[in-house]
Write a protein that binds this ligand. Structure first.
Ligand code: UFG
Length: 339
C-alpha cells in the first residue's frame, strides 16, 4: 500500500512516516522544507531501515502538484500534514496562512479527483472548538468562531473537504489534534522549531539546556485549580499511530460515512505548572520560569472526550505525562549533543 505523506519531514509527519513504514506501508514524502530539514529523511531511514522516497516541492504550486499526481496515480491514500501552524504568526501574516494552508489543500484535492485517489487523512486541530462550553469536548461540540487565521484555515479546510466529498468519490478522515509533545524513543526525530519556540514543551527543554534564559508562564489567574491554563497533552507517537489506523480504516473500507472526524487526545487535562513539575521530576533539573500575563488568544482549558476515537478506531493514547516530558528531554539532549 502506497501512502503520500505531505509534510513528512515535519514533527508529526516524520513520526507518522516511521509508524507507517513499520506497519509495511510504502511512503512517499512531499515537503518544501519550509520548517524542517532534509536530514529527517536520513533519521527515518536509520530508525526503520527503509528510506522513504522524498520529493521537495511546494504543494501551493498547482502545476507541480498536478505533475506529481500524474506520476503517482497509484496512491492508496494521502496523509496531509503540510501546513503552517504558528498561531501568533498567522495573526501577523493572515494571507500567507490562507494561501499556504488552503491552496495546497485544493491542489491536492484536484490531484486526487483527476487520478481517482480515494482516501485523505487531514490534520485538523482542537482549535476548531475554541473555548468549549462543555468539557471534555466531543466531536459533536459546536465549531466556534476561530481565534486566529491559523485556526480559521483548519475550520475552512474542514468545510472545503465536506463540500468536496459530496461531489466526488473522495473519503476524508479529519483528525483533531490536541497538544502533541514528546519525541520518538530513538531520539533521532523530534520537535525542532525554527527560532524561538511558540509551544510550551520545546520552550521548556530549550530553557533547561541553556538556549533560552527563562520560560514565561502565561497567566496564573485562570479558573483552574492552580490558575494556569489546561491542555490535553498527547505523545506524538500515540498520535502517529492513530494516523496508521485511520488510513487503514479507509483502505479497508471500514468508514461509516465518507467524512469522519476524530479527536486525538488522551482525555486528561494538565496545567502548565503540572507540565513544568513533570519535566523537573523526570529531568531532575530545576527550571527557570516566571509567571507573566496571559497570552492573547489562549483558551483557558480544553481537553478531549476521546471515547469516540477509542471505540471506533480501537485506539487509545498510552503514554503518561512523565513519559512525554522525559522523551522530549531525551530528544533535546541527543539533538544538541549531535549538532
Ligand atoms: N505556554 C506558556 N509559555 C510558553 C508557551 C506556552 O505558558 O512559553 C502555555 C500557553 O499559554 C498554553 C500552554 O502553555 O496555556 C500550551 O501552549 P502551546 O503554545 O504549547 O499550545 P497551544 O495550546 O497554544 O496550541 C496548540 C498548537 C496549535 C493549536 C492549538 C489548539 O500549537 O497549533 O494547540 O488549541 F492550534
Amino acid at each position: 500500500m502506497k501512502i503520500l505523506v505531505t509534510g513528512g519531514t515535519g514533527y508529526i509527519g516524520s513520526h507518522t512516516v516511521v509508524e507507517l513504514q513499520q506497519q509495511g506501508f510504502e511512503v512517499i514524502i512531499v515537503d518544501n522544507l519550509s520548517n524542517s530539514q532534509a536530514g529527517v529523511v536520513d533519521a527515518i531511514a536509520q530508525i526503520t531501515g527503509i528510506r522513504p522516497v522524498f520529493e521537495k516541492f511546494d504543494l501551493v504550486d498547482r502545476e507541480m502538484t498536478a505533475d506529481f499526481f500524474r506520476r503517482h496515480n497509484d496512491l492508496n491514500g494521502i496523509i496531509h500534514f503540510a501546513a503552517y501552524k504558528a498561531v501568533g504568526e498567522s495573526v501577523d501574516k493572515p494571507l500567507m496562512y490562507y494561501r499556504n494552508n488552503l491552496v495546497s489543500l485544493m491542489n491536492i484535492l484536484e490531484g486526487m479527483i483527476a487520478n481517482n485517489i480515494p482516501n485523505l487523512v487531514f490534520s485538523s486541530s482542537c482549535t476548531v472548538y475554541g473555548q468549549p462550553d462543555e468539557l471534555p469536548v466531543a466531536e459533536t461540540a459546536p465549531i466556534k468562531k476561530a481565534e486566529s487565521p491559523y485556526g480559521n484555515t483548519k475550520q475552512i479546510s474542514e468545510e472545503v473537504l465536506q463540500d468536496t466529498i459530496k461531489s466526488s468519490k473522495i473519503n476524508v478522515i479529519a483528525l483533531r489534534y490536541f497538544n502533541p509533545i514528546g519525541a520518538h524513543d530513538s531520539a533521532l526525530i523530534g520537535e525542532l522549531p525554527l527560532g524561538v519556540p511558540n509551544n510550551l514543551v520545546p520552550f521548556i527543554t530549550q530553557t533547561a539546556i541553556g538556549i533560552r534564559q527563562q520560560l514565561s508562564v502565561f497567566g496564573e489567574d485562570y479558573n483552574t485549580p492552580d490558575g494556569t491554563a489546561i491542555r490535553d497533552y498527547i505523545h506524538v507517537v500515540d498520535l502517529a499511530k492513530a494516523h496508521v489506523i485511520a488510513v487503514s480504516r479507509m483502505i479497508n473500507k471500514k468508514m461509516k460515512q465518507p467524512f469522519e472526524v476524530f479527536n486525538l487526545g488522551t482525555g486528561n487535562g494538565n496545567s502548565v505548572l503540572e507540565v513544568i513539575n513533570s519535566f523537573e521530576r523526570v529531568s531532575a533539573t530545576k527550571l527557570n520560569y516566571k509567571i507573566v500575563g496571559r497570552r492573547a488568544g489562549d483558551v483557558e482549558k480544553v481537553w478531549a472526550n476521546a471515547d469516540f476515537s477509542n471505540k471506533e478506531l480501537g485506539w487509545k493514547a498510552e503514554k503518561s505525562l512523565d513519559e512525554m516530558t522525559a522523551s522530549a528531554w531525551k530528544w533535546e539532549k541527543a539533538y544538541r549533543s549531535r549538532s
